[in-house]
Design a protein around this ligand. Structure first.
Ligand code: SD4
Length: 289
Protein backbone atom coordinates (compact mmCIF):
# COMPACT_ATOMS: atom_id res chain seq x y z
CA UNK A 1 0.00 0.00 0.00
CA UNK A 2 1.14 3.56 -0.73
CA UNK A 3 0.34 4.74 2.80
CA UNK A 4 3.27 2.94 4.42
CA UNK A 5 5.63 3.18 6.17
CA UNK A 6 3.91 5.27 8.82
CA UNK A 7 4.00 6.22 12.47
CA UNK A 8 0.91 7.22 14.40
CA UNK A 9 0.57 8.16 18.05
CA UNK A 10 -1.98 9.36 20.56
CA UNK A 11 -2.08 13.09 21.34
CA UNK A 12 0.23 15.83 20.09
CA UNK A 13 3.56 14.03 19.84
CA UNK A 14 5.53 15.28 16.82
CA UNK A 15 8.92 14.80 18.52
CA UNK A 16 8.15 11.19 19.34
CA UNK A 17 6.99 10.53 15.79
CA UNK A 18 10.13 12.13 14.40
CA UNK A 19 12.33 9.85 16.52
CA UNK A 20 10.32 6.85 15.34
CA UNK A 21 10.59 7.94 11.70
CA UNK A 22 14.35 8.38 12.12
CA UNK A 23 14.59 4.81 13.39
CA UNK A 24 12.74 3.63 10.26
CA UNK A 25 15.01 5.76 8.08
CA UNK A 26 18.05 4.07 9.62
CA UNK A 27 16.62 0.75 8.45
CA UNK A 28 15.05 -0.12 11.80
CA UNK A 29 11.94 -2.26 12.11
CA UNK A 30 8.53 -1.03 13.24
CA UNK A 31 9.50 -2.40 16.66
CA UNK A 32 12.64 -0.25 16.76
CA UNK A 33 10.54 2.70 15.62
CA UNK A 34 7.89 2.50 18.33
CA UNK A 35 10.49 1.94 21.03
CA UNK A 36 12.60 4.89 19.89
CA UNK A 37 9.49 7.02 19.48
CA UNK A 38 7.96 6.60 22.92
CA UNK A 39 11.34 6.98 24.61
CA UNK A 40 11.10 10.67 23.75
CA UNK A 41 8.19 11.56 26.08
CA UNK A 42 9.53 9.04 28.63
CA UNK A 43 12.67 11.17 29.01
CA UNK A 44 10.90 14.53 28.67
CA UNK A 45 10.15 16.15 32.05
CA UNK A 46 7.61 18.44 30.37
CA UNK A 47 5.38 15.45 29.59
CA UNK A 48 3.79 14.89 32.98
CA UNK A 49 1.88 11.74 32.00
CA UNK A 50 4.86 9.62 30.95
CA UNK A 51 8.16 8.52 32.50
CA UNK A 52 10.53 11.12 33.96
CA UNK A 53 8.54 14.10 35.20
CA UNK A 54 5.34 12.05 35.37
CA UNK A 55 2.89 13.00 38.10
CA UNK A 56 3.22 10.72 41.12
CA UNK A 57 0.61 8.65 42.89
CA UNK A 58 -1.06 9.82 46.12
CA UNK A 59 2.01 8.87 48.10
CA UNK A 60 4.37 10.88 45.91
CA UNK A 61 5.76 7.89 44.02
CA UNK A 62 6.17 7.86 40.26
CA UNK A 63 5.04 4.41 39.11
CA UNK A 64 5.19 3.47 35.45
CA UNK A 65 3.28 1.14 33.13
CA UNK A 66 4.37 0.19 29.60
CA UNK A 67 3.96 -2.52 27.00
CA UNK A 68 5.17 -3.40 23.53
CA UNK A 69 4.03 -5.86 20.83
CA UNK A 70 5.78 -7.04 17.70
CA UNK A 71 4.55 -8.34 14.36
CA UNK A 72 4.87 -11.96 15.45
CA UNK A 73 2.41 -11.44 18.30
CA UNK A 74 5.14 -11.37 20.95
CA UNK A 75 4.47 -9.05 23.84
CA UNK A 76 6.29 -7.58 26.82
CA UNK A 77 5.01 -5.47 29.67
CA UNK A 78 6.03 -3.83 32.91
CA UNK A 79 3.57 -2.57 35.49
CA UNK A 80 3.98 -0.55 38.69
CA UNK A 81 7.66 -0.05 37.87
CA UNK A 82 9.60 2.65 39.73
CA UNK A 83 12.92 4.45 39.18
CA UNK A 84 13.52 3.51 35.54
CA UNK A 85 13.56 6.23 32.89
CA UNK A 86 12.60 3.98 29.97
CA UNK A 87 9.98 1.42 30.95
CA UNK A 88 9.30 0.70 27.27
CA UNK A 89 12.82 -0.66 26.85
CA UNK A 90 12.36 -2.81 29.95
CA UNK A 91 9.09 -4.08 28.43
CA UNK A 92 11.01 -4.95 25.26
CA UNK A 93 13.61 -6.78 27.34
CA UNK A 94 10.84 -8.72 29.12
CA UNK A 95 9.56 -9.72 25.67
CA UNK A 96 12.93 -10.63 24.19
CA UNK A 97 15.03 -11.78 27.13
CA UNK A 98 12.65 -13.35 29.64
CA UNK A 99 10.25 -16.27 29.29
CA UNK A 100 7.39 -14.01 30.49
CA UNK A 101 5.04 -11.35 29.17
CA UNK A 102 4.58 -9.16 32.25
CA UNK A 103 6.70 -8.21 35.24
CA UNK A 104 5.46 -6.05 38.10
CA UNK A 105 6.86 -3.69 40.72
CA UNK A 106 9.98 -4.73 42.59
CA UNK A 107 10.46 -7.80 40.38
CA UNK A 108 10.32 -5.65 37.26
CA UNK A 109 12.84 -3.26 38.83
CA UNK A 110 15.24 -6.07 39.72
CA UNK A 111 14.94 -7.44 36.18
CA UNK A 112 15.64 -3.98 34.75
CA UNK A 113 18.73 -3.56 36.93
CA UNK A 114 19.96 -7.02 35.89
CA UNK A 115 19.63 -5.88 32.27
CA UNK A 116 21.83 -2.85 32.90
CA UNK A 117 19.15 -0.18 33.33
CA UNK A 118 20.03 2.57 35.82
CA UNK A 119 18.05 3.38 38.96
CA UNK A 120 17.05 7.05 38.89
CA UNK A 121 14.82 9.53 40.65
CA UNK A 122 11.94 10.31 38.31
CA UNK A 123 10.07 12.81 40.49
CA UNK A 124 10.89 16.29 39.24
CA UNK A 125 10.70 19.41 41.40
CA UNK A 126 7.71 20.60 39.38
CA UNK A 127 5.75 17.36 39.75
CA UNK A 128 6.59 17.24 43.46
CA UNK A 129 5.43 20.81 43.98
CA UNK A 130 2.11 20.15 42.24
CA UNK A 131 1.64 16.98 44.28
CA UNK A 132 2.26 18.85 47.55
CA UNK A 133 -0.31 21.42 46.43
CA UNK A 134 -2.76 18.61 45.67
CA UNK A 135 -2.14 17.07 49.11
CA UNK A 136 -3.73 20.12 50.75
CA UNK A 137 -7.15 18.97 49.55
CA UNK A 138 -6.27 15.46 48.34
CA UNK A 139 -9.46 15.20 46.35
CA UNK A 140 -9.24 12.60 43.67
CA UNK A 141 -11.56 12.81 40.72
CA UNK A 142 -10.34 12.11 37.21
CA UNK A 143 -11.39 14.88 34.87
CA UNK A 144 -11.46 14.57 31.10
CA UNK A 145 -8.61 16.30 29.29
CA UNK A 146 -8.03 18.60 32.24
CA UNK A 147 -5.43 16.17 33.52
CA UNK A 148 -3.74 16.90 30.22
CA UNK A 149 -3.53 13.30 29.18
CA UNK A 150 -0.36 12.77 27.20
CA UNK A 151 0.04 9.04 27.58
CA UNK A 152 1.60 7.80 24.42
CA UNK A 153 0.32 4.86 22.44
CA UNK A 154 2.22 4.48 19.18
CA UNK A 155 1.72 2.21 16.18
CA UNK A 156 4.08 1.88 13.25
CA UNK A 157 4.10 0.02 9.95
CA UNK A 158 7.56 -0.41 8.45
CA UNK A 159 8.58 -0.76 4.81
CA UNK A 160 8.04 -4.52 4.98
CA UNK A 161 4.44 -3.90 6.04
CA UNK A 162 4.93 -5.18 9.58
CA UNK A 163 2.92 -3.54 12.36
CA UNK A 164 4.23 -3.07 15.91
CA UNK A 165 3.01 -0.99 18.83
CA UNK A 166 4.07 0.52 22.14
CA UNK A 167 2.29 2.24 24.99
CA UNK A 168 3.83 3.95 28.03
CA UNK A 169 2.52 6.07 30.89
CA UNK A 170 2.95 7.20 34.46
CA UNK A 171 -0.77 6.49 34.77
CA UNK A 172 -3.32 8.70 36.43
CA UNK A 173 -2.04 11.51 38.58
CA UNK A 174 -2.54 10.85 42.31
CA UNK A 175 -3.85 7.33 41.76
CA UNK A 176 -3.82 4.90 44.68
CA UNK A 177 -0.44 3.32 45.28
CA UNK A 178 -0.36 0.05 43.35
CA UNK A 179 -2.95 1.06 40.79
CA UNK A 180 -2.25 -0.23 37.30
CA UNK A 181 -4.11 1.14 34.29
CA UNK A 182 -4.90 -0.10 30.80
CA UNK A 183 -1.67 1.07 29.17
CA UNK A 184 0.52 -1.98 29.98
CA UNK A 185 -2.30 -4.50 29.54
CA UNK A 186 -2.09 -6.38 26.26
CA UNK A 187 -5.52 -6.04 24.66
CA UNK A 188 -6.55 -3.02 26.74
CA UNK A 189 -4.05 -0.19 26.16
CA UNK A 190 -2.49 -1.84 23.11
CA UNK A 191 -3.07 -4.70 20.74
CA UNK A 192 -1.41 -5.64 17.48
CA UNK A 193 -2.21 -8.46 15.08
CA UNK A 194 0.02 -8.25 12.06
CA UNK A 195 -2.62 -9.88 9.84
CA UNK A 196 -5.16 -7.18 10.65
CA UNK A 197 -3.78 -4.03 12.26
CA UNK A 198 -3.17 -2.42 15.60
CA UNK A 199 -4.96 -0.27 18.16
CA UNK A 200 -4.11 1.69 21.29
CA UNK A 201 -6.04 3.59 23.91
CA UNK A 202 -5.66 6.57 26.19
CA UNK A 203 -7.77 8.20 28.86
CA UNK A 204 -9.25 6.66 31.99
CA UNK A 205 -7.82 3.16 31.92
CA UNK A 206 -10.50 1.62 34.12
CA UNK A 207 -13.05 2.09 31.32
CA UNK A 208 -10.72 0.63 28.72
CA UNK A 209 -9.75 -2.40 30.77
CA UNK A 210 -13.34 -3.37 31.45
CA UNK A 211 -14.00 -3.63 27.72
CA UNK A 212 -10.63 -4.94 26.43
CA UNK A 213 -10.65 -1.82 24.28
CA UNK A 214 -7.70 -2.32 21.92
CA UNK A 215 -8.35 -6.02 21.41
CA UNK A 216 -11.96 -5.18 20.58
CA UNK A 217 -10.91 -2.63 17.97
CA UNK A 218 -8.60 -5.13 16.24
CA UNK A 219 -11.25 -7.86 16.34
CA UNK A 220 -13.82 -5.49 14.82
CA UNK A 221 -11.37 -4.69 12.01
CA UNK A 222 -10.92 -8.45 11.53
CA UNK A 223 -14.68 -8.68 11.00
CA UNK A 224 -14.49 -6.08 8.26
CA UNK A 225 -14.94 -2.72 10.00
CA UNK A 226 -12.76 0.16 8.91
CA UNK A 227 -10.40 1.46 11.60
CA UNK A 228 -12.74 4.42 12.10
CA UNK A 229 -15.83 2.23 12.48
CA UNK A 230 -13.95 -0.06 14.85
CA UNK A 231 -12.82 2.82 17.10
CA UNK A 232 -16.34 4.26 17.17
CA UNK A 233 -17.89 0.92 18.06
CA UNK A 234 -15.38 0.29 20.84
CA UNK A 235 -15.99 3.74 22.34
CA UNK A 236 -19.76 3.23 22.06
CA UNK A 237 -19.42 -0.04 23.95
CA UNK A 238 -17.93 1.95 26.84
CA UNK A 239 -20.55 4.70 26.59
CA UNK A 240 -23.39 2.19 26.63
CA UNK A 241 -22.32 0.39 29.80
CA UNK A 242 -20.30 2.75 31.94
CA UNK A 243 -20.56 6.16 33.51
CA UNK A 244 -18.62 8.32 31.07
CA UNK A 245 -19.93 11.78 31.90
CA UNK A 246 -16.77 13.63 32.84
CA UNK A 247 -14.42 11.00 31.58
CA UNK A 248 -12.22 10.79 28.53
CA UNK A 249 -11.25 7.73 26.55
CA UNK A 250 -9.61 7.92 23.13
CA UNK A 251 -9.04 5.00 20.76
CA UNK A 252 -6.64 5.02 17.83
CA UNK A 253 -6.26 2.31 15.16
CA UNK A 254 -4.49 1.49 11.93
CA UNK A 255 -5.02 -1.45 9.58
CA UNK A 256 -2.65 -3.33 7.28
CA UNK A 257 -3.42 -0.95 4.43
CA UNK A 258 -2.32 2.03 6.51
CA UNK A 259 -5.87 3.37 6.94
CA UNK A 260 -6.50 5.05 10.27
CA UNK A 261 -9.28 5.64 12.71
CA UNK A 262 -9.65 7.64 15.92
CA UNK A 263 -12.59 8.33 18.20
CA UNK A 264 -13.08 9.57 21.75
CA UNK A 265 -15.84 10.15 24.27
CA UNK A 266 -15.12 13.84 24.87
CA UNK A 267 -13.83 16.38 22.39
CA UNK A 268 -10.14 17.19 22.78
CA UNK A 269 -8.50 13.93 21.74
CA UNK A 270 -6.02 14.20 18.88
CA UNK A 271 -3.37 12.08 17.23
CA UNK A 272 -0.11 12.58 15.35
CA UNK A 273 0.56 10.93 12.00
CA UNK A 274 3.90 10.82 10.22
CA UNK A 275 4.17 9.54 6.67
CA UNK A 276 5.84 10.57 3.43
CA UNK A 277 8.13 12.78 5.55
CA UNK A 278 5.21 14.82 6.84
CA UNK A 279 3.86 15.06 10.35
CA UNK A 280 0.37 16.20 11.07
CA UNK A 281 -1.75 16.50 14.21
CA UNK A 282 -5.47 15.81 13.69
CA UNK A 283 -8.42 16.23 16.04
CA UNK A 284 -10.35 13.01 16.48
CA UNK A 285 -14.13 12.90 16.19
CA UNK A 286 -15.92 12.38 19.49
CA UNK A 287 -19.20 11.07 20.86
CA UNK A 288 -19.94 14.18 22.91
CA UNK A 289 -19.52 17.47 21.06
C1 SD4 B 1 -4.15 5.14 32.57
N1 SD4 B 1 -4.67 5.31 30.23
O1 SD4 B 1 -3.25 4.90 33.36
C2 SD4 B 1 -3.79 5.79 31.26
C3 SD4 B 1 -3.86 7.29 31.44
C4 SD4 B 1 -3.72 8.09 30.22
O2 SD4 B 1 -3.03 10.07 29.28
O3 SD4 B 1 -4.04 7.71 29.12
N2 SD4 B 1 -3.23 9.28 30.36
O4 SD4 B 1 -5.33 4.92 32.81
Amino acid sequence: PSGIPLVISTWNQPKANTAAQEALDRGGSALDAVEAGVRVPEADPADMSVGYGGRPDRDGRVTLDACIMDEKGNAGSVVFLEHIMHPISVARAVMEKSPHVMLAGEGALQFALSQGFKKENLLTKKAEKEWREWLKTAKYKPIANIERHDTIGMLSIDAKGNICGACTTSGLAYKMNGRVGDSPIIGAGLFVDNEIGGACATGLGELVMRTCGSFLVVELMRQGRTPQQACEEAVMRIVKKQDYKDIQVGMLAVNKEGEMGAFSIQPGFNYTLTRNKQTQVTDARSYLK
